[in-house]
Design a protein around this ligand. Sequence first.
Ligand SMILES: NC(=O)c1ccc[n+]([C@@H]2O[C@H](COP(=O)([O-])OP(=O)(O)OC[C@H]3O[C@@H](n4cnc5c(N)ncnc54)[C@H](OP(=O)(O)O)[C@@H]3O)[C@@H](O)[C@H]2O)c1
Length: 258
Amino acid sequence: MTTLDPRGKVAVVTGASAGIGHATARALANAGATVVATARRTEKLDQLASTHDAIAPYTADVTDMAAVEGLAAWVRDQYGACHILVNNAGASFGGRLLRGADVAAFERTIDLNLMGVVRCMTAFADLLFSAAPGRVVNIASVAGKLGFGPAAYVASKFALVGLTEAAGWDWRRKGVTVSQVNPGFIRTEQFPQDELMKSAWGRRLVGTPERVADVIVDVVRHGHPERTVPRWYRAGVVLRHVAAPVYWSVGGKGSRRL
Ligand SMILES: NC(=O)c1ccc[n+]([C@@H]2O[C@H](COP(=O)([O-])OP(=O)(O)OC[C@H]3O[C@@H](n4cnc5c(N)ncnc54)[C@H](OP(=O)(O)O)[C@@H]3O)[C@@H](O)[C@H]2O)c1
């Protein structure tokens, strides 16, 4: 795969009002891209755009197909191209399958974490293909590789990993790589990692949004199909596949009581 220099390219980052998306919008702008930063909170996006001339704010909810199509049409009108799409908007709404109300949380999670990416990839496909070579970077999670966490969130991220891999084979024929970046514990607005931050040992497990953003820019440059950050979390993923009995035994000891 050829390298892609972000300089002069047009990038769209979803979930850019906070956390990993906010840091990624800044990192891509610092790398020379023009960045459309999108999320629902306009004031946060305006604040972000005021920090860098190359960042343009656009308010959109990725659970709304008309809003996502409006975003793609605006990018086409303003810039005539899109080379980089970072699908980062995502959340966990609980959903441990204990009661009927969990069904709604499950649907909400899938609608944002999986269908949000489906909407964005669909709306931007033609723009990305016509401007190829290009990149799609989907922010999944280590929870999309190892089944720890709320079932709804884990299921949405496993599905996103599958979507990314399958679309990756198809889209590369059009000159667009589709990559997954899988963060471990990262301290952000939504995931403050309060429990881990209480101990020196726990704090060592927690990464920063800026570190993830640097990895995303690296993936944009080189088109790696998959990156885990912090990198050492990958040991768990490898264990899952090469020593499954050990994985199941260790995982069983760490699982929570319902
Ligand atoms: N932090 C971690 O430990 C961790 C680990 C693995 C994976 N991840 C993944 O990384 C991604 C970013 O998470 P984060 O930790 O940076 O969380 P965050 O700080 O809460 O940021 C989430 C972003 O998503 C946006 N968003 C939420 N719902 C949206 C919607 N319906 N439409 C458009 N934007 C929406 C939010 O903006 P608005 O509220 O303004 O819309 C916000 O900008 C998520 O996909 C998450 O699953 C995080």
